[in-house]
Design a protein around this ligand. Structure first.
Ligand code: KIV
Ligand code: NA
Length: 261
């Protein structure tokens, strides 16, 4: 059953919220089957799937493509779509682009930082908004932890409050000191979802490629539950060996039939 923004926000204090990113149909299908309540189609797609150096090269068209694929894989799951760099530069631009992500299949949109006019404008238009505070990859000059000094921590706290005040129903907290994330979580009535923000958030999000061990670098605060890059390497080597020896396609062994389920 698809959770609305309202029912997601009511989970604060009731149970921890699990969020994973997804960028394609088969992964989204597995996340839905696992009962993951909310999928983020993040602009991290640019780095972990498209090979860009940062998220800044991601366009609204890229996001529409990936949101569509995820929606087809997870028809009954709440999907958040990221507004990529520059597409929320003013309230009206944000509205035009948010409507595109909703039309592509998102249930809500996420944008970085206390962009109060944009958040208010989308909420007024009936588009649920997720905020994002702490490390803001679209504008940060490095991926170092944010909020280490007292003034910076204060700024992040005030930004998070402004995001909630503007009408966001949930706030992602990225790569900040655990104590600061705990204080923000206490200060807000909207749930906080942490990534590299410690245990005192209302939920946790991981980039799916990091959780899968798919890629060549994983942030230190992420956890690998598998090593899919190793599996891909093993498969490619095995297939190559079998083609060269003639084993494939002469001896196709199916382990699970022609369908996974
Ligand atoms: O784009 C993304 O995957 C994100 C998460 C890191 C929260 O914004
Ligand atoms: Na993002």
């Amino acid at each position: 059953m698809k959770l609305s923004a309202r029912s997601l926000s009511k989970l604060k204090g009731v149970k921890p919220i699990t969020m994973l990113t997804a960028y394609n149909c088969p992964v989204a299908r597995s996340l839905e089957e696992a009962g993951i309540p909310v999928i983020l189609v993040g602009d991290t797609v640019g780095m972990v799937e498209m090979g860009f150096e940062s998220t800044r090269q991601v366009t609204i068209e890229h996001m529409e493509y990936h949101i569509g694929a995820v929606r087809r894989g997870a028809p009954d799951t709440h999907i958040i779509g990221d507004l990529p760099f520059g597409t929320d530069k003013d309230a009206n631009t944000a509205l035009v682009n948010a409507r595109r992500l909703i039309a592509a299949g998102a249930d809500s949109v996420k944008l970085e930082g206390p962009n109060v006019p944009a958040i208010q404008c989308l909420v007024q238009d009936g588009i649920p908004v997720v905020g994002h505070a702490g490390l803001l990859p679209q504008t940060a000059s490095s991926f170092k932890q944010a909020g280490k000094t007292a003034p910076e921590a204060q700024q992040i706290m005030e930004g998070a409050k402004a995001i909630e005040g503007a009408g966001a129903f949930m706030v992602v907290l990225e790569h900040i000191p655990y104590s600061l994330a705990g204080r923000i979580t206490q200060a807000l009535s909207a749930p906080t979802i942490g990534i590299g923000a410690g245990p005192d958030c209302d939920g946790q999000v991981l980039v799916i490629n990091d959780a899968l061990g798919l890629g060549d670098y994983w942030p230190p605060f992420s956890k690998q539950y598998a090593y899919v890059s190793q599996t891909v390497l093993d498969v490619a080597r095995a297939f190559s060996k079998e083609v060269e020896s003639g084993e494939f396609p002469n001896n196709i062994i199916r382990m699970t039939g022609t369908h996974w389920k």
